[in-house]
Write a protein that binds this ligand. Sequence first.
Ligand code: GAL
Length: 420
Amino acid sequence: MKILPTISSLSALLFFLCACSSNPRATDIATTAYKDFLPGKLLLDNNSRHVNAHGAGFIYSGGKYYMFGEHKLSGRIGNKSLVGVHCYSSKDLYNWKDEGIALPMSRDPKSEMLVGAVVERPKVVYNAKTGKYVMWGHLEHRKGPKAKSLNPEDISREYPSYSTARTFVAVADKVTGPYKFIKSFRPNAKKYPLGEEKSLREARDRLLSENIKLEEASVKKLPPDNTFARDFEKGQMARDMTVFVDDDPEATAYLICASEDNATLHIHELTPDYLDFTGRFKRVFKGGFHEAPAVFKRGNLYYMFTSHCTGWRPNAGRSAVSNSMFGEWRELGNPFRGDGEKTTPFAQKSAPDTSFRSQSTYVIPVQGKKGAFIYVGDRWNPDDAMDGRYIFLPVEWEGDKPFIRWRNKWDLKVFDKTSN
Ligand code: GAL
């Protein structure tokens, strides 16, 4: 079995970028047949290449699961988006077929999706009213004097400041794409969140009357309400994000994102076509610094897994529950429990306080198994981005409280044994 060879030189990288800007289609020949999940191990696709879909989202469509994630290259430059959003399909969640690049990066200097920008955490949902597949993600524009350059050395030298903090939307007729980039947003400019109009209006008026230069302020100096006020005119920040579609008759969708310099999470309702914001949104965990949201629903309760904010370094996971998306989210603590991997050199680090060396990205509802959910997290490897691993683990329950235990190897039969 082989994995994609390491691309060491920048000229080879440029060649690779050209090769990848079309939409490569994989063959149907499966060389690996997995019967289990092997968290943290290489996950080989039908071409025996490590699945390249980091910060992934999942959708079930036409009898198959689809996984969409950040295609990364090797080395540190691989943390930039040089290729695009990669799509894979699977009938069983163990074996993944390469479906190619669903949303490619562009080489047009005018494009927001110019190679070297940063596209993270893509999530795809289906809109039954329009018959379209809709992809949302986090976008960081390239910045600086060489921001239009296609020279890999220039791209390599840029350090994303994460100050763009926009979310983008793209649309496709087929689940695998190609997705057409529509626009990027700072959500809900000039709008106040549910239940806070009066207090936030007053906070903003006070700052304006005191003539405080909000643009120069950082969250470290500003309490969360002032950070909200700072971004009121141009729209609220949107970094780590996910999309959740409710099971109400309207299939209402929400974009949940880290905002206000990551201090506060925002839950934004999407329009019925899922392409825009309705203006209804809520701030949650104010000043709590939550990232990496992953939302799921069990019975009548809504759950959210998040992380703390420590960049690529893993930290202790967080969980919360609410009666509705716009309800009161109550924190339930770190859902990771027990020992991590005992048999690897990373034993000490793969513990609950590092979420078993992962950061949440999605929770997959297992089809045909009511109440069965799979936690999916990224084990980032920022020094060799493409080598990042995936942690799939079953969500277990203690009453209404979810928890996650480490397993070296497991399969879907686990859901027949646990009471969900
Ligand atoms: C993490 C975030 C990732 C990525 C990374 C960059 O906190 O969850 O999606 O943005 O920071 O440092």
